[in-house]
Design a protein around this ligand. Sequence first.
Ligand code: IVH
Length: 675
Amino acid sequence: MNNPDVAKQLDVLRSQLNDYNYQYYVLDDPSVPDAEYDRLMRELEALEEKHPELISHDSPTQKVSGQASDAFTPVQHEVPMLSLDNAFADEEFSAFDKRIQDRLKRSWTVEYSCEPKLDGLAVSILYEQGLLVRAATRGDGQVGENITNNVKTIANVPLRLRGNNYPQRLEVRGEVFMPKQGFEKLNEQQKAADKKVFVNPRNAAAGSLRQLDPKITASRPLLFYAYSVGLVEGEVEALANRHSERLQQLTIWGLPVCKEIDTALGAQQCHDYFAKIGQQRDDLSYEIDGVVFKVNDIEVQKELGFVARAPRWAIAQKFPAQEQMTKLLEVEFQVGRTGAITPVARLDPVFVGGVTVSNATLHNQDEIHRLGVKKGDTVVIRRAGDVIPQVVSVVSHLRPEDAENIVFPEHCPVCESNIEKLEGEAVARCTGGLFCGAQRKEAMKHFASRKALDVDGLGDKLVEQLVDQKLVKGPADFFKLDVAQLANMERMGEKSASNLVNALITAKTTTLPKFLYSLGIREVGETTAANLANHFLNLEALKEASLEQLQEVNDVGVIVAQHVFHFFREQHNLEVINDLLDVGLNWPSIEAKSEDQQPLNGQTFVLTGTLQTMDRNQAKAQLQGLGAKVSGSISAKTHFLVAGEKAGSKLTKAQDLGVEVLTEEELIHLFTQYS
Ligand code: IVH
């Protein structure tokens, strides 16, 4: 092949790869599987290797280029990079909105661009004649650092703009961040390699960008979202007069922009947007710490101008901080249902993530070690969304002289049985089994819980009282309680007691999967219980099953098989079962299902978001009844994602992986088809 032919072929390959990248990262709509992209990339690499003289600066292979001598050298921002004022409540935003109207001496409804405040690092990327020529950090707003080669490695940053109507010089500003999933994975790798773990995605993003070797940056899962235009020179016609339209234009030029960005008219719509994003926050694939509101009209922005280092036309409304410092006063050891001993930090109460926190889990002995925490230390507490509060780190320079080591107990704090820690397991356990009061209490709560026997009105607090007062020793005792006994309990009366007795009678008729789940066998969750029931069809067969037979069950490996096997060989467990059968627990027998009664056999489903007409557990049970496997996470092996309302990162991932997405309506249609 002569050079012009090769050049043409290279052009075709590059533009195809650029198109695929654009579809994947900007449009969120990939048209080919990853493997096809990889194949073309390899083809391009091979061809460029043979013709190095034809490698262009914007070739997709040039995302990782050699070490640059200008790394971290100062970059003067031609247009300063400003920061933002903060608001911490709706009222503060309303005051900001009012200030704008007062200043403009007009009473009107201001239109805002509403943007999630990404928790990463502000970066400026300069394109000249459409080619990425320089990237810099914000620095002090006037002078930043050159990080061109590192930014070029970021997967969704285009090396060349698309189209042809872009300004000769265009500076795009935005945030470089690390998505939550990538952050978790990176930390796992860091841990496995005995390297420092990052405290949060923001730090991980910062650490990843500040690398002398761009290959390291390239190996980190960073992404970029553009949120404004800085310097513009040359053709500016394509730039609209509304900020939101400018962002739209940036996507046409190939730049990724956050999908959650919207516009709002007036303060009330902004409050609504803030509340909506707050609700979606946990499901977003990236961390945010608030919402940025910007006056949408660029002329009005200019009219309003700046004060000190922040614009008058924008404000960041922050969510309550998710991390705070406080003092660790004491450590107590809790005993869980399976005997697991969990160290719990008692804290000087602190307001974090929107609530007052006075306890945080320390997980296990290894975690105490890893944190190097002592009693009396000042610690950083994190509470994100509904996740239980965690101790993130120790503020070591604030350690008092009398800080005390945390000593892990050798005996159960509740029943004094030995505590044992098996080789290779992080968790230490009380060996007391159901003789241990704490384990018994937890087992009883589990038995009554929603996914188990689902006894209406038998909540955790009531179970605790009943166990403490020795009215119930085993689960069968619940069914022997009378109205008078129950009416005597705290927050109970005749009516609720009699309702509960009725609920207990109803709960006696259950299903084999629920019954198995309610027994609290280690590692046997809802799905495993259903698999065991559907495989063995009756309790007797399961009780007699050998280790080998147990492992024939869908998704049951050696460990689960051992737990089940040993459970049915413990006399006290068999007694619990017999007592339950004696008080009348029963379930309809399961008929062996033929192939055509299991039409979804071999199909894997994942459920996400809120379903309107049923709860997720019901949908799951129904799918399993048709033979489907229901998994908690999406992978390339997933066949269908059922996406309810407010579906978040799973939906994005499914789309990325090309997994078929079903609406609730389509799911219902599927059920009716097979019923
Ligand atoms: S606009 C003059 N938009 O927040 C406007 N900033 O506290 C300056 N940030 O340094 C920034 N998401 O790192 C803007 N959608 C967004 C943002 C955003 C995150 C960060 C950015 C900035 C900091 C200001």
